[in-house]
Design a protein around this ligand. Structure first.
Ligand SMILES: [Zn+2]
Length: 555
């Protein structure tokens, strides 16, 4: 009797649902996540414990399991997994916000006025630095000049980075300080724009930017901290809970470690070491850093460059530019050099991510990966990446599959560049440009990013561009080469699960499945139900990382 009672009690206990601890219930939401197969799931409530997802489900199901967990009422707002930007530049975003910001200026005159106003407001600044100009938007039909910049500021050096970071615009004081003149030769991998008399005209392209950069005082530790704080705050405000930082040096690495130790990171940082030189040797002494500080910092990647950018015609093309028949752009490295760099990184167990814009650069990258895998066959499993994969010859796109490469692409580049890109490369080559569906259809992972501060870090701009291929004014109606549009689920996947995959983190990040980090956002639009034209306007209301709120919008 006694014996059988105990048995039946045990049986009852086994039938009752296991009581799981939970410390947070986010209830009454219009929630979406992908599952690990990329299938879209809908839910009303999210249960969290110690920063990790316990479950998603209906209100009825999860409220009964919440015990004395803190309850957040989502007021029916849309909840999404935290968005991940696979390729941005964190400190550069902060520097851009803390210096002259020329992004979005509509004319040369407006840009000059901004430079002048900044200089007046910062009388003690020895250099006036800034970024974000784009002569294409100004419809100049040429680069701006040093003489034009002198009309804004002549008493101090001014140095302004182009929006793509692949050219700089100096005033006469900066050019004098750098001692560049008519006799100066174009450095390897770079070009000094010149006037009719052969004198430096003001703009320095790619490798030539080093001539001025060498004279610019490096940012002070305080400026770095201020830049990181500004960037983290902005990322949280636009719903980014993770970022692939596409190029850090040793000092930046140390700053990240310090922030991770002090629990000051509000987004998960996946930082790529610039090059395979001294900084790499130092940082890689103890091998890759994986999931440091509760998965807030991972450093297991080397970033390399194969070419420059399209806007400044620094992208390396197989055939001349359609709008500049004597120019094919520039390859930064010989194939053997690139292969050696890849091999060095792979040999130490580091993933490789290579910037490649033009079809020549992309082909060189594919060839170099293939060559490096011959001596480092295990390296193929490191989920190596091509950053941008912007213009790829149609015959080269299938090569991403056997080489197991990830295409790390920036949807906003398509909608920002479309008119310029077609001028540069013509109607035929454009078929392999920003060709997201060609990659997706062959099974290539497309990781979504913005390349901020080249573009806005706002991932809803990226989702919008990916889904519509229209600019914010709805141009061109129906989208630019709309056969390459992503579906909303594909776009979300690029900025969540596949961005996480590109970081080897799809088991801990990218979806709201049980056991993963509770990185999520509440927003004011439903990207699956509202008209696509509204997506870019989505406002982030709350951002949560590891079950902790890191941002709340002010009403
Ligand atoms: Zn970049």
């Amino acid at each position: 009797m006694k014996h059988s009672l105990r048995l039946s009690l045990l049986a009852l206990l086994a039938l009752a649902p296991a009581v799981q601890a939970a410390d947070l219930l986010v209830d009454n939401v219009n929630g979406y996540t992908l599952d690990s197969h990329g299938k879209l799931q809908h839910f009303q409530a999210l249960l969290v414990d110690q920063g990790k997802v316990v479950a998603t489900g209906s209100h009825a199901e999860l409220a009964s399991r919440a015990g004395d967990a803190k309850v957040i009422d989502g007021h029916g707002k849309t909840l999404l997994p935290g968005l991940i930007d696979a390729h941005g530049h964190v400190l550069e975003l902060g520097y851009a916000r803390n210096s002259v910001d020329l992004v979005g200026t509509k004319s040369l005159g407006e840009a000059l006025a901004k430079v002048k106003a900044y200089a007046t407001a910062h009388p003690d600044a020895k250099w006036i630095l800034g970024s974000g100009w784009n002569q294409e938007i100004w419809k100049l039909g040429r680069f701006p000049t040093a003489k034009e910049l002198d009309t804004a500021v002549a008493d101090r050096p001014v140095w302004l980075s182009r929006v793509d970071g692949h050219a700089g615009w100096a005033n006469s004081a900066a050019i004098r300080l750098a001692a560049v003149d008519k006799a100066s030769k174009d450095p390897g991998g770079g070009r000094i724009e010149r006037d009719a008399g052969g004198n430096p005209a003001g703009v320095f392209v790619d490798g030539a930017t080093a001539l001025i950069n060498a004279k610019v005082p490096p940012p002070t530790p305080q400026q770095k901290v201020a830049a990181l704080d500004a960037a983290l705050a902005e990322m949280a405000s636009v719903g980014l809970t993770g970022v692939g930082d596409a190029g850090i040096d040793l000092a930046n690495y140390e700053l990240y470690r310090q922030y991770a130790d002090q629990h000051k990171l509000t987004a998960r940082i996946y930082a790529m070491i610039l090059g395979t030189g001294d900084d790499f040797d130092t940082i890689s002494k103890n091998g890759p850093l994986i999931g440091y500080g509760n998965d807030f910092l991972t450093v297991r990647t080397v970033k390399l460059f194969a070419d420059g950018a399209l806007g400044s015609r620094g992208a390396a093309m197989l055939a001349p530019y359609s709008d500049d028949p004597h120019n094919r752009g520039l390859l930064f490295l010989k194939p053997a050099e690139l292969t050696a760099d890849i091999g060095k990184a792979l040999g130490k167990g580091y993933q490789v991510a290579i910037h490649a814009i033009g079809d020549h650069a992309n082909r060189e990258v594919l060839d170099s990966y293939a060559a490096a895998y011959k001596t480092h066959p295990d390296g193929i499993a490191l989920r190596n990446r091509v950053e941008h994969a912007q213009i790829v010859s149609l015959e080269d796109i299938p090569r991403f599959v056997p080489l197991r490469l990830i295409a790390s692409m920036q949807p906003t580049h398509a909608t920002s560049d479309m008119n310029m890109a077609e001028d540069r490369i013509g109607h035929e080559r454009i078929k392999g440009a920003y060709a997201w569906q060609r990659f997706l259809k062959q099974g290539t992972i497309v990781a979504g990013g913005s390349d901020f501060p080249v573009e806005s870090p706002n991932p809803f701009y990226g989702l919008y561009s990916a889904i519509t291929r229209e600019d914010h004014a709805g141009q061109p109606p129906g989208g630019w080469y709309p056969d390459q549009d992503m579906t909303p689920a594909e776009a979300l996947r690029a900025f969540t699960l596949d961005a996480a995959y590109a970081e080897h983190a799809e088991k801990t990040l990218g979806t709201l499945e049980p056991g993963k980090w509770a990185d999520f956002i509440l927003v004011d639009h439903d990207i699956f139900k509202d008209p696509a034209s509204k997506i870019w306007n989505t406002k982030v209301l709350q951002t949560w990382v590891g079950g902790k709120q890191v941002y709340a919008a002010k009403d």
